[in-house]
Design a protein around this ligand. Sequence first.
Ligand SMILES: Cc1cc2nc3c(=O)[nH]c(=O)nc-3n(C[C@H](O)[C@H](O)[C@H](O)COP(=O)(O)O)c2cc1C
Length: 210
Amino acid sequence: MNNYIESLYWRYATKKYDPNKKITPTDLTTLKEAVRLSVSSLGLQPYKVIIVEDAEIRKQLKPVAFNQNGITDASHVFVFASEINVGKKHIDAYVNNIITTREITRETVTPFIKAMEGFIGAQDETSKSFWAAKQAYLAMSSLITTAAILKIDATPMEGFNKVEFDKILGLEAMGLTASVVATVGYRHEEDEFQHMKKVRKSEEELFITI
Ligand SMILES: Cc1cc2nc3c(=O)[nH]c(=O)nc-3n(C[C@H](O)[C@H](O)[C@H](O)COP(=O)(O)O)c2cc1C
């Protein structure tokens, strides 16, 4: 088995973290880079990622996240917060980034700008917020798999109260709303879940090759 697949077998949604083990600054940089390099529709990255280190804030978040252990005991908490109302402002910022990064003129990207405006403009607010949240999930997935490769434990989490997270983290004022969370750190030796076999659909059940 190759190392990548081995890492995916090694990882599991960690339920109990060792509160004494912290991620090194180098590993944290790698995890952030993996999140930054995530794919997203149009490349727009309609989200921000709040990395919560502060113990006080994490204490406040725990009861509104079903008291999940990782919120306080993992090394870091990543909150993937999607943009509330993706629009012109986000497209402009992205276009300016493309122009500067690739050293090209605005005219070169005019058809792409029109396509983005058409795609975004055709959606109502609800549909845009679903779309933005889906992109945030992809970034979360990048974090989880990269963590596994680094032998860092992680837990994707939907088990939290989004309204309360938004309040505690002051997300609305930033035009954001919490979509999904991931805790990262190191498994506690007492976490029973690390010994459980992976449960997944078989290849035959999962794939339809035509
Ligand atoms: C979007 C998403 C949300 C999840 N939310 C939680 C959660 O709140 N708490 C938890 O313990 N596990 C959560 N999980 C973990 C899944 O239950 C777990 O990934 C799945 O059962 C497969 O097990 P494994 O990850 O250990 O291989 C979540 C997973 C995903 C992808």
